[in-house]
Structures are given as structure tokens and as C-alpha cells.
Design a protein around this ligand. Structure first.
Ligand code: SF4
Ligand code: SF4
Length: 654
């Protein structure tokens, strides 16, 4: 027999009417989130903006991929599949429910023919089974959780939700079974038909059907109303957060417009973040969206080597302050601690792992800016490096080298306006350490061999990036401004970098200060020179393990080019953590100049590289080279670390 909507139910339309207050409570819950979030600073940048919300530009691609499809959830295959089954199963079930409403209210015939058999019967049953399997997996995992879920704080609210969803799915199946027990087999409803054989017929069966129907309907409406007050609020917050998060990886700190603070008679606002009210609305949305899942904790090099920092811990503290309305409580930085704030290497592994697009380093760096610019508080050695940067324009404390010593005895052309194509940017990290000077020398040899038109600045200097990473935005702007001015005077349009931090700064931060030049990392240029046949290499066949620098790989997606270069010289070997899931060397965020507590990050990474059995460890960052070279000393006397420029130089033919 053809199915009749609301069969055996009197006053069924009551459910439709009750959905109005349920949706109203849902709307009020979302409004409560928005009320909290709007206490932050409006941060509208260029792009398509939701002017009324003043949150930030909207990025459709991130919204669709990370927000709706949830691409990052699948990085953990089991929980990813469980989430996928539950989410997409519920989506299909919701579509089915809406169609039933459409049938009742507008007479759209959904219970006829093939559509009834295939979709309203088969597909909905399959969706229910999928959702049930997913939610059962998640509930079991919640009851025996891994450490990442419980450290700092667990999101216990999920248990009630998961039990509620299980009850909804099971009552749904039993309603179908009770109906089939009375009316006979429904083609396509494989679960309903199976249950129908076991359920009673007659008046008892009819009564069971009625009770289950009302219980199911009320459970669904209660769940809808409860969503914004529960961790399930991420169904709304996560897509919003992904849509407001640029698809470009990395913390994206922007630059501070100091001129805007110079209005006459105005009191200068405090720099950086010392209390919740100093955060942007996007930061507060991040904090509201965090699920306390601990995926960030698990990949954070600081958290995993015993430092005071855990990105999850920071988010949990911020969420507690937000929940308690402590917008102006300036105990925040003391609660999180200076040690934790400076332990962040800005590696962005946490961002990459976060399933709901939280930007943890952005929040941490905001607090770091306040500590440095307002309180001059920072760890001792980092403080010395910072003072060196202010006084001598580079942070390499204790170096005996001058800015141009790296090229002693070498003929290196100086950049000439209108005559030279590329500026070879040396930066501070290649210039002031004996080991890294070899990278500069190797690069000069490669460019000469390939016949590239290049030149260097007469006086080598720093990009200012270490100042930015340490939190001194003011010093960074000053140094960057000077560099941009000189580049403009020289007519520089193309720059080659050997340090990913320089590359990142030139491409992400300098354009915000008015810079207009192209930048190419040496790994990318070398690859193109090999491909163009400008240099030919002898492949030694030896095994080479490649360490991805965070600022080249994860921050800028330069992953395949250095690998291609390594494969031209030897046999590429991968570490377990590589590519965008690489593990930091420990130097980023100014942590090159620090006394580490706990296990040293560089030793952890060096051991991982050594364990691959490779003969050589290749890098394409001077900081990674220094850190890994130092880390390896604990395990071997051998000098195994080389930059890809050095490797290429040693294998050049002809
Ligand atoms: S950026 Fe890196 S070091 Fe900083 S919190 Fe995230 S994972 Fe940890
Ligand atoms: S910040 Fe993201 S990864 Fe970290 S606990 Fe929160 S939701 Fe999970």
C-alpha cells in the first residue's frame, strides 16, 4: 500500500507548529554566541565583506571545503569516517524529513513510485544505518578517550548529544518497523522490513507506533533547540569560522598601522592583546568554535616536548574567560604565562590539524605583541637577540662575522638598476653563521653556472622578520619600510630568497606595507633551472631525507619543488611527518634564540631524520640547517645536514 504521511497520528501538525518555538530557541542560542563574539574588535579587511557583521572577508572556498565538507576531519581516518557517516547520514535524513513536511503542507508526492522505494525507503534507511554507525563509534571513543581529548579539558557535552542522536535514529527505525508490521512490506525499507517482522500487530502495534512517533518528533525538536547551547554549535560556528579564514595557510598576522594611532590628543591604544576585549571578532569566533578535540595539542612541537605551551590549553583558557564574560580581566596573560606565549614556534602545525579552522598562533602572537611592545617582557636570550636586531640590524648575538664576510674571496655581482634581473637576497641567517654561509656561496655558484642575471645588495641586511615573530611589530615595520624604500630606489622587481622566513615576510607582510616585487624561493628557482637544462646534475643515488621547513612547506605550500631537486641528486626518503604535516625544527617564532625546557625540539626532529637510515638530511632553510645540525650532535659526529643548494652545487656537471 502507498504510504500515507502522518498515518495513525492524530494532530500530527502539532509537530510542525512546535518546530517554530524550537527554531526560535535555536536562533536565540546562535544570537547568544554572536553577542559574545561581537565584543571583539571588528576586523574587516579587503575582500567581500559581510558589512553588517564586520567580522572579516568571506572566503567561499574555505567555507565549502573546510566548513561544509570538513576536509581536515579526515586527516584522522577512523574519526574522520565516523564524522562523515554521521554528518552526511544526518543530512540525508534531514532532507527526507523536509520532504515529508513538503508532502503534508504542499502535497508534493514523495511516497510514490521509484522515488519512494529508492529514496524514502532505501536511501533513508542506509543513511540511518551510516549515521548510527558513526555516532556509536564517536560515543565509544568519547567513553574511552585518547589523551588529546582529555588533556586540559574534555568536551563532555558531546555524550548527551550522541545519546540523543542514537535515540532519534533508533526511534525512527522502530516507527518505520511498527508501520510496516501493520501495513505490510515497504519496498526499499530494508531496516524497517526487518524490524516489521518482529514488532506486534493489532491495537498494541498501533499504540507503539503512535508513542514512538511523538517521542521521535519531540526528541528531534529538543535536539534542534539544544544545538547552540551544546558542543554541536560547531555545526554553525565551524562553517562560519572556515568561511572567514583565508585559504592561505599560516597565522596571517597582518601589519599594525602605527600611523592610525598618531591622531593628535588621542590616547594611544594598547598594542597587542592583554585581555579578551583586545582580540578581534574572528579570534573570539575561533575561541567559541574550538571543540577541545586536542588535535592541535598532538602535533604542537612545544606541547610534545614538554614546554609550557599547548594550543589546546590556550584555547581552553580563552574559552573559559569568554564563557565567564571576563572581557576586561587582565589576568589573562598571567594565566596563560609568558613562557607559553614565547614557546610558540609559529610553525602552524596546530592550524593545519584543527578541524574547525581555528587560528591558534594568531591569538598567541597577539599576546606576544603585547608582552614585547607594552611590557618589554621576553625570555633572556631572545631579548639579547632582539636588542642586537635593534642596534646592529641582525639578531645573531655573538657572531664574529660582518654583513659581507660570507662572500670573502668570491666574485659576486652587485645589483644594478635596469641591468640585473634578480636580486639575490642574502638576509641575516645566511650571513652570520659559518655553516650557513656555505648556502650563499653555493647559490652564487649555481646562478653563475646557469647564467642567471643576478646581483646582491652592497650591504647585506635582515628583513626584520625575527622582530615580527618575537612580537615587535614596530621594529619590523621600520626595517621593512627601509628595505622597501631601497628596493624601490634600485628598481628591484624579482628577488631570490634562501631563507623561507625572508620569503614569507616578503610575500605576506611586505605587500601590506606597499612592496611590489616578485619573490622566488631558491628551491623553486633551482628546480626550474634543472628543468630548463641550465644546470645538469650527476645523481649520486645516495639516500637523502628531506626536512620540510614550516615556512616553506606548511606556510607557503612549496612541497614538491625541493623534493624534485633532491630526487635529481639522490634517492628521496621521507620521514613519518613530512609535507604539510612536517614537524618544526624548533627555531621559528624567534625560538632559535632560546633556552629550551624539556626535550629539545631539534633533537626530536634530528632523531626522526636519522631513523630513516638516510645518508644525508636535506633542508631548504638556513635556520632548519642550524637546528638540525645541532640536534644531530646528540646522536652522531657525522655532518649529515646540507641545504639543497649545497647538494646541487656538489653534483653539478660540466
Ligand atoms: S604554531 Fe606550532 S608551536 Fe605554535 S602553538 Fe601551533 S603547533 Fe604549537
Ligand atoms: S583549536 Fe582546533 S584542534 Fe585545537 S582543540 Fe580546538 S578544535 Fe581541536
Amino acid at each position: 500500500m502507498e504510504r500515507i504521511p502522518y498515518w495513525n497520528i492524530s494532530y500530527g501538525l502539532l509537530i510542525d507548529l512546535l518546530s517554530i518555538p524550537a527554531m526560535a530557541v535555536f536562533g536565540y542560542g546562535i544570537y547568544r554566541h554572536w553577542k559574545r563574539i561581537r565584543q571583539g574588535k571588528a576586523s574587516v579587511r579587503q575582500g567581500i565583506t559581510l558589512d553588517a557583521l564586520k567580522l572579516g572577508p568571506v572566503y567561499v572556498w574555505s567555507f565549502l571545503t573546510r566548513g561544509i565538507v570538513g576536509t581536515r576531519i579526515y586527516k584522522k581516518p577512523f574519526t574522520g569516517i565516523a564524522h562523515g557517516l554521521l554528518f552526511w547520514g544526518m543530512v540525508v535524513l534531514t532532507v527526507g524529513t523536509v520532504l515529508v513536511f513538503a508532502n503534508v503542507l504542499f502535497g508534493i508526492p514523495v511516497f510514490t513510485g521509484e522515488f519512494n522505494r529508492r529514496f524514502m525507503g532505501g536511501a533513508l534507511d542506509a543513511a540511518g544505518v551510516a549515521a548510527l554507525a558513526g555516532v556509536l563509534f564517536l560515543l565509544i571513543r568519547r567513553l574511552s578517550p585518547p589523551e588529546r581529548l582529555t588533556c586540559f579539558k574534555a568536551n563532555s557535552g558531546f555524550i548527551l548529544i550522541e545519546i540523543g542522536i542514537i535515540a532519534i535514529i533508533i526511534t525512527g527505525f522502530f516507527i518505520e518497523g511498527a508501520r510496516i508490521a501493520q501495513n505490510g512490506i515497504d519496498p526499499g525499507s530494508f531496516v524497517g522490513n526487518w524490524l516489521g517482522f518482529m514488532l506486534p500487530t493489532g491495537e498494541g502495534g498501533l499504540e507503539l507506533h503512535r508513542y514512538l512517533w511523538w517521542l521521535h518528533g519531540l526528541l528531534v525538536l529538543s535536539l534542534i533547540a539544544y544545538i547552540p547551547f551544546s558542543p554541536l554549535a560547531h555545526l554553525v560556528l565551524a562553517p562560519a569560522n572556515a568561511g572567514l579564514d583565508t585559504p592561505i595557510p599560516g597565522p596571517k598576522m597582518g601589519v599594525i598601522d602605527f600611523e592610525a594611532f598618531e591622531g593628535e590628543g588621542e590616547e594611544a591604544p594598547s598594542l597587542g592583546v592583554s585581555k579578551l576585549a583586545d582580540f578581534s571578532r574572528k579570534n573570539l569566533l575561533d575561541i567559541s568554535t574550538c571543540l577541545k578535540c586536542g588535535r592541535c595539542h598532538e602535533v604542537c612541537p612545544a606541547a610534545q616536548t614538554g614546554k609550557h605551551l599547548s594550543p589546546k590549553g590556550v584555547m581552553v583558557t580563552l574559552a573559559e574567560y569568554l564563557q565567564e564574560g571576563k572581557m576586561h580581566d587582565d589576568s589573562l596573560l598571567e594565566t596563560i604565562s609568558t613562557d607559553a606565549i614565547y614557546s610558540c614556534t609559529t610553525c602552524a602545525a596546530c592550524m593545519e590539524a584543527c578541524p574547525v579552522s581555528v587560528n591558534q598562533p594568531n591569538a598567541i602572537l597577539g599576546m606576544r605583541q603585547h608582552l614585547l611592545m607594552e611590557r618589554s617582557e621576553m625570555p633572556d636570550i631572545m631579548g639579547q637577540a632582539h636588542r642586537s636586531l635593534e642596534a646592529r640590524q641582525h639578531p645573531f648575538i655573538g657572531t664574529g662575522f660582518g654583513p659581507n664576510d660570507w662572500r670573502k674571496g668570491l666574485e659576486v655581482p652587485i645589483y644594478e638598476r635596469g641591468a640585473t634581473e634578480y636580486l639575490l637576497w642574502i638576509g641575516c641567517s645566511v650571513a652570520y653563521e659559518e655553516r650557513t654561509q656555505h648556502i650563499g656561496r653555493a647559490m652564487v655558484a649555481i646562478l653563475k653556472k646557469a647564467g642567471v642575471s643576478f646581483g646582491i645588495l652592497e650591504e647585506n641586511r635582515c628583513t626584520g622578520d625575527p622582530a615580527k615573530q618575537m612580537g615587535n611589530e614596530f621594529l619590523f615595520s621600520e626595517i621593512a619600510g627601509r628595505n622597501i624604500e631601497e628596493f624601490n630606489e634600485l628598481g628591484v622587481t624579482k628577488v631570490i630568497t634562501m631563507c623561507p622566513h625572508c620569503f614569507n615576510s616578503f610575500t605576506r607582510h611586505y605587500p601590506l606595507l606597499g612592496a611590489k616585487f616578485e619573490v622566488i624561493p631558491h628551491a623553486v628557482l633551482i628546480r626550474s633551472l634543472i628543468e630548463a637544462g641550465k644546470i645538469t646534475l650527476a645523481n649520486s643515488g645516495r639516500s637523502i631525507c628531506y626536512h620540510d621547513p614550516c615556512y616553506l612547506g606548511r606556510h607557503n605550500n612549496v612541497l614538491s619543488e625541493p623534493r624534485s631537486v633532491v630526487s635529481s641528486i639522490g634517492h628521496l626518503v621521507e620521514m613519518p611527518r613530512h609535507g604539510s604535516e612536517s614537524f618544526c625544527c624548533g627555531a621559528g617564532g624567534g625560538n632559535y634564540w632560546t633556552e629550551e625546557e624539556g626535550t629539545r625540539i631539534n633533537q626530536t626532529r634530528a632523531k626522526e631524520a636519522l631513523d630513516t637510515g638516510a645518508k644525508t638530511i636535506a633542508t631548504s632553510c638556513p635556520f632548519c640547517m642550524l637546528m638540525l645540525t645541532d640536534g644531530l650532535k646528540k646522536f652522531t659526529e657525522e655532518q649529515m645536514v646540507q641545504d639543497i643548494a649545497e647538494l646541487v652545487c656538489s653534483q653539478m656537471e660540466g
